[in-house]
Design a protein around this ligand. Structure first.
Ligand SMILES: Cc1cc2nc3c(=O)[nH]c(=O)nc-3n(C[C@H](O)[C@H](O)[C@H](O)COP(=O)(O)OP(=O)(O)OC[C@H]3O[C@@H](n4cnc5c(N)ncnc54)[C@H](O)[C@@H]3O)c2cc1C
Length: 551
């Protein structure tokens, strides 16, 4: 973090350099001394400092300057730095202006020129002011800052991406924080493009795409090698388990992840039924451990890179990425899991990310403190989401289509015991209403057909899980919902699938194309559990090893 600044502002070059010399001699160790010859230039400089989140301890300003006098400068400067101490440098004739400004700009002191000797007439006064500043200043946050609004989808995506990568940041809501709004307006010439991301090194990204953001925060986004033994697409439990085994056995392996590692499991506030963690483990903790384990074994993990298509070229398999590049390998594991389906109803598209979030309770919960929020879904993920949200919200209403929640008993018990949680059974969501952000939802009781309109600050959706298998849509056999068939599920009347070229049947977790495997929630027959996905990834690796041996 840069040292706090002391500004000296004077249009007379000889006075400016004399003040600078005296300030540097006494304060140069602990403070940056910034000499500037006009108020206007100093205000421009302050804007840049604000973007870098740097602090100002004191302004020492000449009152008599041509285009903007000292008081006029202070009036504007203290908007950005209200805690900085303010001292005017005056001639005898300016005394009246200085006294008037004690009230106008909360002037702390006015110094008469000349101020020599500084040991008597300058340092004692400034020392006292700076001591007082040190006692009361709230030093700024030193990390990444994201300025945006709760109704901007890209703001949500950036926050979610950093949260999922466990990269700390400070959220600045420009609707509540006028300084943050000013910062955004200075960069953007308006607030049309959100969010604006400020980095401690002074760099600023405006509405960045995830790859740009990943590169800026030092994540790997490009493969290092031209060719791999194994490419894993997706870094949920299935992909990471396969990668850990592949790396540990010395295979060249890269994992491609379109968002952040961990998959659905990474968004779980607490996984309580995974073997070996009697008091549960959060999804991000499990992910952090798995990612470090895979990297320790030399696996590369690419973030913010979407695989759009898998192709077969003779013995080789190629994965096309959304940025137009390709990665080649001997064998591919599709571990792309599943995601929640976007609500298809009035208001659904418009309000996504603006009060409607898909499985993102972890990222957004704290912004809905003391608000009434809703959860859609009755299974484990919805129950976990509701319990997590209840730590922040004043009330959490869970909309469940059926007559009972379908979550595991320990979760249903926890929901029923939680005073902040209300379960609305036999309830269908029919409409979402709002302007910039969600305001109301319309629900229908499927037994009585009664419609109700309810005020809602946010809605967290945990229904309609769909496999993410589009990248192999034209290549491998899938069912009508998109789940990929593998192994024995491909055999019909003991015969391998059409087009199968080998004289052995498909291995466990091998798809209808040799050398392309699939594991976890993207597969037909999944039971949507972390342990099943991790187990499937592990077995899939063993089968890929058999495939590689035979090449
Ligand atoms: C909120 C929540 C709580 C849960 N809690 C529990 C629990 O307590 N216990 C339990 O056993 N199970 C739980 N589950 C279910 C469990 O998390 C999943 O069954 C498991 O994560 C599936 O693992 P997977 O590796 O198959 O896929 P996923 O976890 O879905 O991971 C797939 C990954 O692939 C990436 N991807 C998709 N397409 C592409 C592409 N084209 N290019 C690159 N990357 C791509 C995705 O971004 C994702 O990171 C929970 C699920 C959710 C959503």
């Amino acid at each position: 973090m840069a040292k706090p600044a002391i500004f000296s502002i004077d249009d007379d070059p000889s006075v400016l350099s004399a003040v600078e010399r005296d300030l540097r001699a006494h304060y140069g160790q602990e403070y940056r001394i910034i000499p500037i010859n006009s108020g206007r230039a100093a205000l421009d400089y302050l804007k840049k400092m604000k973007q870098r989140n740097e602090t100002v301890a004191l302004f020492l300003v000449d009152q008599r300057m041509p285009e903007m006098n000292g008081v006029e400068f202070l009036e504007q400067a203290i908007q950005a730095y209200p805690q900085a101490k303010r001292v005017l440098l005056t001639a005898y004739a300016d005394t009246a202006a200085a006294i008037a400004s004690i009230n106008e700009v909360g002037l702390d002191y006015y110094l008469m020129k000349p101020w020599h000797p500084p040991e008597e007439r300058l340092y004692p006064i400034l020392d006292e002011l700076i001591e007082d500043w040190k006692m009361h200043v709230r030093l700024p946050y030193e990390g990444i800052r994201i300025a945006g609004t709760l109704w901007s989808l890209p703001s949500h995506e950036v926050k979610d991406f950093l949260t999922r990568h466990q990269i700390p940041y400070q959220w600045l809501d420009i609707e509540k924080d006028t300084n943050a709004r000013q910062l955004v307006e200075d960069i953007n010439l308006g607030i049309t493009k959100l969010p604006v991301v400020f980095f401690p090194d002074g760099d600023v990204l405006v509405q960045p795409n995830l790859t740009e953001l990943a590169e800026k925060v030092g994540l790997q986004t490009r493969a290092e090698k031209p060719f791999y033994d194994i490419v894993v697409v997706g870094s949920g439990p299935a992909g990471l388990a396969a990668a850990v085994y592949a790396g540990s056995e010395g295979y060249k392996c890269v994992v491609i992840e379109k968002a952040a590692p961990g998959g659905q499991a990474g968004s779980s506030p607490r996984i309580e039924n995974y073997l070996g963690f009697p008091s549960g483990i959060s999804g991000d903790d499990l992910t952090r451990r798995a990612v470090s384990q895979a990297k320790r074994f030399g696996v590369e993990i690419l973030s913010a890179q979407e695989a759009v298509k898998v192709c077969v070229k003779d013995k080789y398999r190629t994965i096309q990425l959304a940025d137009g590049t390709e990665i080649s390998c001997h064998v591919v594991l599709v571990a792309t899991g599943a995601s929640f389906h976007i609500l298809r109803m009035p208001g659904g598209d418009k309000l996504t990310g603006a009060g409607i979030y898909y499985g993102a309770a972890y990222t957004e919960a704290m912004y809905y403190k003391d608000k009434h929020v809703f959860v859609v879904g009755g299974a484990n993920s919805a129950a976990q989401g509701a319990l997590y949200l209840s730590r922040f919200a004043s009330k959490v209403t869970v909309l469940i289509r059926g007559p009972q929640p379908t979550a595991s008993k320990y979760l249903v018990d926890a929901l029923e015991e939680n005073e902040k949680v209300e379960l609305l059974l036999n309830t269908d969501l029919v409409e979402l209403k709002g302007g910039n952000t969600l305001e109301q939802i319309v629900v229908k009781n499927s037994v009585t057909n009664e419609l109700q309109t309810l005020d809602a600050a946010a809605l967290f959706v945990f229904v309609g899980v769909r496999p993410q298998s589009q990248l192999v849509a034209d290549l491998v056999q899938r069912n009508e919902k998109g789940y990929i068939y593998t192994g024995a599920d491909l055999m019909v009347d003991n015969k391998p699938p059409q087009g199968w070229t080998l004289n052995r049947p498909p291995f466990l977790f091998e798809t209808s194309v040799p050398g392309i495997f699939a594991a976890g929630d993207v597969c037909y027959g999944t039971n949507h559990r972390v342990a099943s996905a991790a187990g499937a990834g592990t077995i899939a690796f063993a089968m890929m090893k058999e495939y590689l041996k035979a090449l």
